[in-house]
Design a protein around this ligand. Sequence first.
Ligand SMILES: Cc1ncc(C[n+]2csc(CCOP(=O)(O)OP(=O)(O)O)c2C)c(N)n1
Length: 329
Amino acid sequence: MNETQAPQIERMHGMFLTMLLIRAFDEYAGQARRDGKLRGSVHEYIGEEAIATGVCANLLPTDYISSYHRGHGHCIAKGADPVAMMKELYGKAGGVCGGKGGSMHVADFSLGILGANGVVADGVTIAVGAAQAVKLRGENRVVVAFFGDGALNRGPLLEALNWARVFDLPVVFVCEDNTWSDKTRTSSVTGGSGILARAAAFGIPGETIDGNDLLAVDAAARRFINDARAGRGPLFLHAKTYRWRGHLALDKGLYRDPAEVASHTADDPIARTAAWLISQGVVAAALEADRREVTARINAAVAEAEAAPWPDMKTLFEDVQDAGAPTWR
Ligand SMILES: Cc1ncc(C[n+]2csc(CCOP(=O)(O)OP(=O)(O)O)c2C)c(N)n1
């Protein structure tokens, strides 16, 4: 390795660690849900790690992201504390939302994480609202809206694209195209000539990239985020990837051809990044040490979450929107 390569290798190595952490977190979370240790829905991000990692590596701490139901990876990549996230999944005090949100509502406004969201496409409208506020206040912030290909066919997404263009907002739309929307192949329910055509219809420039190629995600995200920061937003990044597991932890995904799944799991963004690092002179033993470190971190997070108390009953009605009803009925 020479001096010019060193910073890039170090950067990729840091992102490799983030991807390992995301995968280990979701491998544990999925299994814990199947074992009945967690309640509610748990959607694993396994196989899609390069997108959250490569995009968030180009954001400032003050930038915003919005997410969707498959949100753990985005939050970890934006800097959320895995211990507080694990507590949240367990419904324990000390969780990022006080243990009252669970897997589909992880959020941390102090880190610009506007939240995971169980309503398909609705995180995108929140992102556009945040971008509008950024523009009105003249702040130096970019907003990234992460969403799945299934969101393409919901009205709020189309309204959000339109609004973002009308007001030229500093937002980057990141479509994580994993082929499936729950048990439906997205292409079978999507009209028109492709995902980028949706953005183009609103005058929003876009690009399709291999979302399992961390180098490609990092490079495209850097350009898009810099452009949005310089006032050239909105922009649309279409990242192709694949969902390795069922739609959620309790879904075995039997509606998919095993050969299709196998062809995609062979294209592992983490293995690809490891191979790149090794080709650049990083020794395999260092990557093995990373894996051990990440396993230890997740084990420690689980131990802390399991030992944590339940939220105090007194907090039950805290953080609940008061829409005017005088008493709880
Ligand atoms: C408005 C709305 N309609 C339907 C659902 C049920 N639902 C949950 S996830 C999902 C599919 C989403 O697919 P996609 O956005 O591609 O994300 P992926 O699960 O593939 O990551 C659906 C239809 C929902 N949560 N919200």
